[in-house]
Unconditional design. Structure first.
Length: 96
């Protein structure tokens, strides 16, 4: 089980590379610029990893995207939950 942390937008090369590397037991956390994925609820990763993909709420709020994520019922987590995710996974990789 690996936690993939994406820092770049959904159309970035980092995003495409990450999607190629995700295993069946892996989870994804969108932080920083990656939370702009809230603007595109049809993004392929939402369809493929629906129950295993999360966005950091602090980054959504700082970019004015929290209401959009809520409107589309996209999963968000707080910083404490981020820490819990890292504890639940054997490895973590960050995609820049």
């Amino acid at each position: 089980m690996m936690l993939h942390i994406l820092t770049k937008g959904p159309n970035s090369s980092a995003s495409f590379e990450m999607q190629q590397a995700i295993g069946e037991q892996d989870s994804v956390l969108l932080i920083e610029e990656a939370v702009t994925a809230a603007l595109d609820p049809t993004w392929e990763a939402w369809q493929r990893y629906q129950s295993r993909i999360f966005m950091l709420s602090e980054d959504l709020t700082s970019r004015g995207l929290a209401s959009i994520a809520a409107k589309h019922q996209l999963p968000t987590i707080e910083m404490d939950d981020f820490v819990s995710l890292t504890e639940q996974h054997l490895k973590t990789v960050t995609w820049y």
